[in-house]
Structures are given as structure tokens and as C-alpha cells.
Design a protein around this ligand. Structure first.
Ligand code: TRP
Ligand code: ZN
Length: 863
């Protein structure tokens, strides 16, 4: 493990290449034997030594071209052989211990299943290798294991042979014909239920589909399999991309650090993103299964066929693949709720990352621990950058650029600049300026001002990106800004010079001015239609203007956003002990009434901005005041709108559960409304009835969430029922852990401690840890931010334990503490004190070290 900074600018091509890999693996819990034969060639004219990456390996044998060698050195992280010829075969034999691997990187054993996770740098925990994405090799893998406990033996590519050994064990041989980087290598061994199907491509190629799930979970796999077929068809239809092997396998495992992994032909998934049926999964779970299945499938082209030259280029595959899965989900479900979902992620999490010590461009320049850069910035802001390109080029030209990208770079490991140069061939726009989105971090701020004369109005739009922790100097960006102008009566205006084309204004200067021939009156600029760019709008519209925007703007995102801004403004009033005038409540009531049958827009508009979202428009946050103001607003909201919302609730009648868009939207609306109604004690029976009548997880959870605030006894009873019903189903129990962890109660910390001793809870399982500890730290505002610092201390105590077994997950959970700069002096000091405790800890992982040390070094302007 190294705490050293690696820099993008220091990239050097690999000194050696590996063209083929032959692995023979004998599986054993404490002593798996990995026999590896590598064909290695010197890359270029030099006499450098051969350095192979390797961590936690026990080297037993080493030979070159069949000759045992003695002139080598083994360190913590490498095997170094000083002098080698230009082309040779290297054979190594190592043993590793999958049963002791709690970090879930490399080969690990969990619940009797062996599986691997090699991205980003996990292959080096399996065998000695040049473990970087620009070394592409073909793989032949033979797996040996017990027949009884490991009937299924899988690896990448196609199975070519199998047999039984003299000792009664069996083996299977796999060949992957496509050269690939080591991070896409995978094996799986265990006993599973399998769902089998077939997909026939547009060209008539037959692809066997196999979905592996835990024994007894077969009835939860069908939706994922169907999603996979939809994704395969969509990629052919939209991008002309066909699958390229005879078999595509998906395996669901219970222990997994992230969502899923796109290993060539053998995707490995967190079971949370595979298993779903109406009794156990919410509508949101179904949605996530479909989108993650699609995401990993789409990686086959954007990631696997064309891969990354180095890890600084991660957004090349992730930003692009997230964009593609978002397009797919929008096509399969509903564009508006999808867009709003992604905007929430950007505003709640990505803007927060930009404002923290971890701020980085979508293509980072410096990294200590690569695992820390699988971030909302690289993934989600990365996807927004691709989306902007799509907006600028238009659908056809974007597709032409993508075709060029695959034509040029298929089978290669390339950079973000290579991607842009392919896209450049499809457009007259000069993408040089646009490419600054790849190198500049931070959240641009857009401001608007206007000047009114007797007959004209000038609207001036400016951009400014404040300095971030990683970068002081910023320049102007190339921003496609969705833009329109209306007045209080809903008239639309076009600017005289027609700088706004098809609803988009290109803002490539620090500022630009639009002229309107409108008889000289105040206008309402409607900014950022469709959330056309990952920027912050600083506009400060009046409540009248916000209501007019809701009523008259064309774009539904703008309409939703106007109400969100209005809510934010109301909450500000409560923060400063002011009231909200009745005429605003009336305006709001009329606005919502006008859309009372549009459940999709209505359900989104009825969501009050989360505490995290509110943090984004504030500095020097006094946690208790903001939290109380938000609560006060929520209460006023339902008090003022009770009759209307009761009507909405009763107007929605659904038959037995089906996962289809119309029902999903109606159900969502009903549950959001229930959440509001439940704030009034008189509706307790409604909550109870909602729970009792539910035939699906979405409504059951909706009732539990509704009971969570202010219905202590009911909540307790319902949680007991639920906890008992699902005590043997950890995935379903995670929702229960998470509800417990986000409940406001004085004894929350001892309650969390009690839950940690629940038979289903285990620090070794990331899903459990995220559900309990993660939910608390990210979403229990009053508990985590308790004035005496006890919430921070609790998290820190836990992280010290967690870091010893799973640094990747520990580093993710430390995030809430690293956002100290948002808060007032008192909370800042308490949070920094806990960060300092972490930093003092002996043997801290590089993962946690990087985030904590950066955070403590950061002197923010808010401080
Ligand atoms: N590439 C995976 C994806 O599709 C991300 C991933 C899965 C990952 N497991 C990981 C990244 C472990 C780092 C470490 O998004
Ligand atoms: Zn991905």
C-alpha cells in the first residue's frame, strides 16, 4: 500500500506488454493456488527491469522460459526481475487466502461463493501482473474445485472443455478471445440457481444468457433477465452495437463493495441490483436493477471493447456509460422523473463534492488511492458532460461521432482526448474550448441581471466558477444553457439577435447580453431548461416570478425547479423567523391544483427539498435552525394543503401490483402524499391502513416512512411486524436497518449499537454497513449532527473498526465528516476533531488517509 501521489502528467507507456495469460487456479479457502503463464514482450528499446505488481501473494515458484530463476526481488507491492530478454515466458505459482479477504478486492470467499473484483487494481492480489488498463492480453483460465460445493466454475469468455480429476474434484476451462485489461478478469465458483435464456441479435447471432443467483432465489431473477434483453436490443437499435461472445453471464453475490462490475462476458453484481419481485423490491429497486443491468451491459462497448489508457481516464468509460444508461432508462420509463432523479444526485452530492477537499475534475490530475475516484464527479458529472455534447451536436451527429469513436479505437486503451477527437469529426463546433470541462473542477455559477428602458429589455447572463480545493484559477467554460424568457402573464419572448437557438444559448464568454424588443418591461428569464449543464443558477426570482415560471414555462424541469426554489425561499423565511404570506400559500395551492391529475409532475413537485439539497444554497449552516425550518415548512405545507392532498390520495386507486410506468407514477404520488398527510396526527389510521392493505414493498415502505415521523407507537409496531416478517431476508432487512438508522430519537446511538448485534448484521457485509451506519451518517440529520458531537464520534469509532477490514467502504462512509466546511463553527470543530482522531490511527488505509488528510488540510472560505 502506498500513500504516494500519482499524476496524470507522468503517464509512461508500459515497459513490457503481456500478450497472453494462462491461469490454472485450484480453489481452496485459505490456500488457493494460482499458476500463471505469461507471454511477455519488451515494449520499445530500453533495458529497464521487469516490474510486476503483486500484493498479499505468497510466491512459491518462479521461472522464465522453463528455467527457475533466483535473481529477483519481492517487495510489499511488486516482483522485480532485473534482467530479462526481449521476449519470454514467465511462470509463477502463488497462493492466496480468499477466506481472509475482507476487503472484497481480488479473490474472496463469501457465503460459500468465490468471486473476484479486479477493478481498479485488484488483479495484483490474485497473481503477479502488469496490472494497468493499457496492458491487453488474451486469457485462458482453468478452474479446479470441489464438485459438491462448487458445481459451477465460471470465468470470462466461452467454456471450451471440462473434466474430472483423479481426486474427485472437477475442472472447467474458459477462453476469452478478446484481448482485455486485467481489471476485466473474473472468476466465480459456487452453487447457484440458474435462469437461462437466449438472445438473438439483429444479425441473427445466438447468445446464451445465464443469470446465477443464490439457491432458492430463482423467482427473484426474471426481471433482471428481461432487463438484460431490453438493454441488448436498445444498444443495437440506438448505437448499432451488437454483443460479441456466445454467452453472457450475470452472477449475483451478497458481498460486494459497489453496485456491479462489467467483467467481460461475466458481470458480477451486488445481489441488491439483481434480485427483485413485488413482495421484496420497491419500484425504485426495480428501476435500479434495470438501470444497473443496462449500465454493465453497455460497458461491453464503452469500457471493454474500447477501454481506458490509464485510471485518470476513468470518465471515458464511466461518464459515457452512465449517460447511455440514463438514455436507456428514460426510454424505458419516464424522461421527467429520470431527469429529476439525476439532477438531485448532482445537486445533493456532486456539488457537495466540488465544495469539499476532494474536489477534482471529471478527469482527475492527481490520485493517491484510485478506489477513491469512483465518484459522483467522474460518473455523474462525467455523464452530464457527455449530455452537453449530445445537446450541442444533436442526436444524429452525436451518433456519427460515436461510430467514429468505435471505428478508430476498437480494441484499444485510449484517453478522453481521443474520445473528443473522434467526436470532433462529427461537428463544426470547435471542441477545444468545450474540452475544458475535462480539466476544470468546480461548479460554475450563472447569474442574470436585466436593464429595462422605455422600449427594450437587456438580459445579461454571466458565468463564474469559484476556486476549489484543488484548483485556484478557473476560466470560462463552454456552456449550453437552456434558456427562454417569459413575463408574469406567461407571454414568451425571443431575443432580437437570435442568440438563443432552439431554446439553447451558448455561453462561451464570461458574459453575454440578450436584447428584447418587448416594450420595455421586466422579464422572467427561465434558465437551464432540462438541466442542460451541471451549473448552479444564482437568480433570486421573486415568489410571483417563480409561480409564473411554474405555470407558464414550457420545460417541465424548469417548472419543477421553480417550485423547489420557492420552497427553498420559504424555508429561508422560517430560518430568519419570518412568516410566509398567505398569498404565497394560495398561489402554491392554485399551482398544484392545476396539475392535480398529472401525477408525474405532481409527485415530483410535492417533494420538499432534502436537507442535503438545502445545504447547497447555503453557507455557514446552523444545522438545528435549518433542520427546524425545514420541519416547520413541511408542517405548514400540509396544514395549508390538507384538503387538496386528501383528495389526491383518494383519487388514486390501483389494482394489484404491477411494475409499469403508469402504476409506478401513481404509486409514487400516493406515497408522497401519504408522507405529507402523516404529519397530522389525525391521519394515523390512514398510514396503518396503507400498510395493512399493501400487496407490495413500495407501499409497505411508504407507510413505514410515513409513520417514522411523529407516530412513535405505530412506527414501533409496524417495524416489529416488518422485522419479524423479513428476519431471514437480509436484502429486505436493509430497508429496515436504514429506517431505524434515520429515525429521530434521543437514544439513537444506543439503538444503533443494539442493531449491530442483530443476527443479520455483519461488519463484513457492505450492504448491511451502508444500510445502518451509512444511512445514519448521510441522512440522520439530528442524530449525526448532535450538538455534543456524539454522532460524529460514533461514526468515527465505527470507521476505525471498519477500516481494518474494508478500507474501500470505510473511505466512502467518511464522506459526511469531510463536508465540515458547510457548517457553522461549532459543528466544524467537532467534525474536524474526529477527522484528526482518524488521522492519528496507526495503520490507516491509503483510502481513508487520502480523504481525511485532504479534508483536514483544506482551509475553506467558510471557515
Ligand atoms: N466499473 C464498475 C461500474 O460499472 C464499478 C466498480 C465495481 C468498482 N466494483 C468496483 C470500482 C470496485 C472500484 C472498485 O461502475
Ligand atoms: Zn460503470
Amino acid at each position: 500500500m502506498s500513500m504516494q501521489v500519482k499524476r496524470r502528467a507522468d503517464y509512461q507507456p508500459p515497459a513490457f506488454l503481456i500478450s497472453s495469460v494462462e491461469l490454472t487456479i485450484h480453489l481452496h479457502p485459505q490456500s488457493t493456488r494460482v499458476h500463471s503463464v505469461l507471454k511477455i514482450q519488451r515494449n520499445g528499446n530500453h533495458d529497464q527491469e521487469l516490474v510486476l505488481d503483486g500484493e498479499q501473494l505468497n510466491l512459491l515458484e518462479l521461472s522464465i522460459d522453463g528455467q527457475t530463476i533466483t535473481n529477483y526481488e519481492v517487495t510489499d507491492s511488486a516482483l522485480v526481475i532485473p534482467s530479462v530478454s526481449n521476449e519470454f515466458t514467465l511462470t509463477t505459482v502463488c497462493t492466496i487466502s480468499p477466506a481472509d479477504n475482507k476487503a472484497l478486492e481480488g479473490l474472496y470467499l463469501s457465503n460459500g461463493v468465490y468471486c473476484t473484483q479486479c477493478e481498479a487494481e485488484g488483479f495484483r492480489r490474485i497473481t503477479y501482473f502488469i496490472d494497468r488498463p493499457d496492458v491487453l492480453a488474451t486469457y485462458q483460465v482453468t478452474l479446479h474445485g470441489e464438485r459438491k460445493t462448487l458445481p459451477t466454475l465460471l470465468s470470462n469468455g466461452n467454456p471450451v472443455d471440462e473434466g474430472i480429476n483423479a481426486d474427485g474434484t472437477h475442472w472447467v476451462k474458459w477462453v476469452d478471445p478478446h484481448p482485455k485489461p486485467s481489471y476485466l478478469f473474473a472468476i466465480v465458483a459456487g452453487e447457484f440457481d440458474v435462469l437461462k435464456d437466449e438472445y438473438i441479435t439483429l444479425n441473427g447471432k445466438r447468445v446464451a444468457l445465464e443469470l446465477y443467483v443464490d439457491k432458492g432465489k430463482r423467482d427473484r431473477g426474471q426481471f433482471a433477465l428481461d432487463s438484460l434483453k431490453r438493454a441488448m436490443a436498445w444498444d443495437e437499435q440506438e448505437y448499432g452495437l451488437e454483443y460479441d461472445l456466445d454467452i453472457y453471464m450475470v452472477v449475483a453475490v451478497d458481498f460486494f463493495n459497489m453496485g456491479a462490475m462489467e467483467n467481460k462476458g461475466l458481470n458480477i453484481f451486488n445481489s441488491k441490483f439483481v434480485l427483485a419481485n413485488p413482495e421484496t423490491a420497491t419500484d425504485e429497486d426495480f428501476f435500479n436493477v434495470e438501470s444497473v443491468i443496462a449500465h454493465e451491459y453497455f460497458h461491453n462497448w464503452t469500457g471493454n471493447r474500447v477501454t481506458c489508457r490509464d485510471w485518470f481516464q476513468l470518465s471515458l468509460k464511466e461518464g459515457l456509460t452512465v449517460f447511455r444508461d440514463q438514455q436507456f432508462s428514460a426510454d424505458m420509463t419516464s424522461p421527467l422523473s429520470n431527469r429529476i432523479k439525476h439532477v438531485r444526485v448532482i445537486r445533493e452530492h456532486q456539488f457537495a463534492e466540488d465544495a469539499s477537499a476532494m474536489s477534482h475534475p471529471i478527469r482527475p490530475d492527481e490520485v493517491i488511492e484510485m478506489n477513491n475516484f469512483y465518484t459522483v464527479t467522474v460518473y455523474d458529472k462525467g455523464a452530464e458532460v457527455i449530455r452537453m455534447l449530445h445537446t450541442l451536436l444533436g442526436k444524429e451527429r452525436f451518433r456519427a461521432g460515436m461510430d467514429e469513436y468505435f471505428n478508430r479505437y476498437d480494441g484499444q486503451a485510449v484517453t478522453c482526448d481521443d474520445f473528443l477527437s473522434a467526436m470532433q469529426t462529427a461537428t463544426d463546433l470547435d471542441l477545444a474550448h468545450f474540452s475544458r470541462w475535462y480539466s476544470q473542477s468546480g461548479t460554475p455559477e450563472i447569474t442574470v441581471s436585466q436593464k429595462v428602458s422605455a422600449d427594450k429589455t437587456w438580459v445579461t447572463i454571466s458565468q463564474y466558477t469559484p476556486p476549489t480545493a484543488d484548483q485556484q484559477d478557473k476560466s470560462e467554460l463552454f456552456i449550453p444553457l437552456g434558456f427562454s424568457c417569459i413575463d408574469l402573464n406567461g407571454r414568451h419572448y425571443q431575443d432580437c439577435e437570435q442568440k438563443v437557438l432552439e431554446g439553447v444559448l451558448i455561453l462561451d464568454q464570461p458574459e453575454t447580453t440578450l436584447t428584447f424588443d418587448n416594450g420595455g418591461q421586466e422579464l422572467i428569464p427561465v434558465m437551464l431548461a432540462g438541466f442542460s449543464a451541471p451549473v448552479r443558477i444564482k437568480q433570486g426570482l421573486s415568489s410571483e416570478a417563480l409561480l409564473a415560471t411554474f405555470l407558464y414555462a414550457q420545460d417541465d424541469f424548469n417548472r419543477w425547479d421553480a417550485l423547489q426554489q420557492l420552497y427553498d425561499w420559504c424555508i429561508t423565511q422560517y430560518e430568519i423567523n419570518q412568516s410566509v404570506e398567505d398569498k404565497i400559500w394560495e398561489g402554491l395551492r392554485d399551482a398544484l391544483e392545476s396539475e392535480k391529475n398529472n401525477y408525474e409532475l405532481l409527485s415530483e413537485c410535492l417533494v420538499i427539498p432534502s436537507f442535503e439539497t438545502l445545504c447547497q444554497t447555503r453557507t455557514n449552516i446552523h444545522v438545528e435552525t435549518l433542520h427546524a425550518a425545514r420541519e416547520q415548512f413541511a408542517r405548514e405545507f400540509i396544514t395549508k394543503l390538507e384538503n387538496e392532498l386528501k383528495d389526491v390520495y383518494h383519487s388514486i386507486q390501483l389494482d394489484s401490483y404491477q411494475y409499469n410506468q403508469q402504476d409506478v407514477i401513481a404509486r409514487r404520488c400516493k406515497n408522497v402524499v401519504l408522507g405529507h398527510l402523516a404529519r397530522l396526527t389525525q391521519h394515523e389510521d390512514l398510514v396503518k391502513e396503507h400498510f395493512n392493505q399493501s400487496d407490495n414493498m413500495t407501499d409497505s415502505l411508504g407507510a413505514l416512512k410515513a409513520a417514522q415521523h411523529g407516530h412513535r407507537e405505530l412506527f414501533k409496531t409496524l417495524m416489529e411486524t416488518y422485522g419479524e416478517q423479513w428476519k431471514n431476508d437480509p436484502l429486505v432487512l436493509d430497508k429496515w436497518f436504514s429506517l431505524h438508522a434515520t429515525t429521530e430519537r434521543a437514544d439513537i446511538l444506543s439503538h444503533l449499537t443494539l442493531l449491530q448485534s442483530h443476527p443479520q448484521f455483519s461488519i463484513d457485509n457492505p450492504n448491511r454497513v451502508r444500510a445502518l451506519i451509512g444511512s445514519f451518517a448521510f441522512y440522520n440529520t439530528s442524530g449525526f449532527h448532535a450538538l455534543d458531537g456524539s454522532g460524529y464520534q460514533y461514526l468515527t469509532d465505527y470507521l476505525l473498526k471498519l477500516d481494518d477490514c474494508n478500507p474501500q467502504v470505510a473511505a466512502r462512509l467518511v464522506t459526511p465528516l469531510t463536508q465540515w466546511q458547510r457548517f457553522d463553527q461549532h459543528h466544524q470543530e467537532q467534525m474536524r476533531r474526529q477527522l484528526a482522531r482518524l488521522l492519528e490511527h496507526d495503520g490507516l488505509s491509503s483510502d481513508v488517509f487520502e480523504k481525511v488528510s485532504k479534508s483536514l488540510a483544506y482551509e475553506s472560505t467558510a471557515k
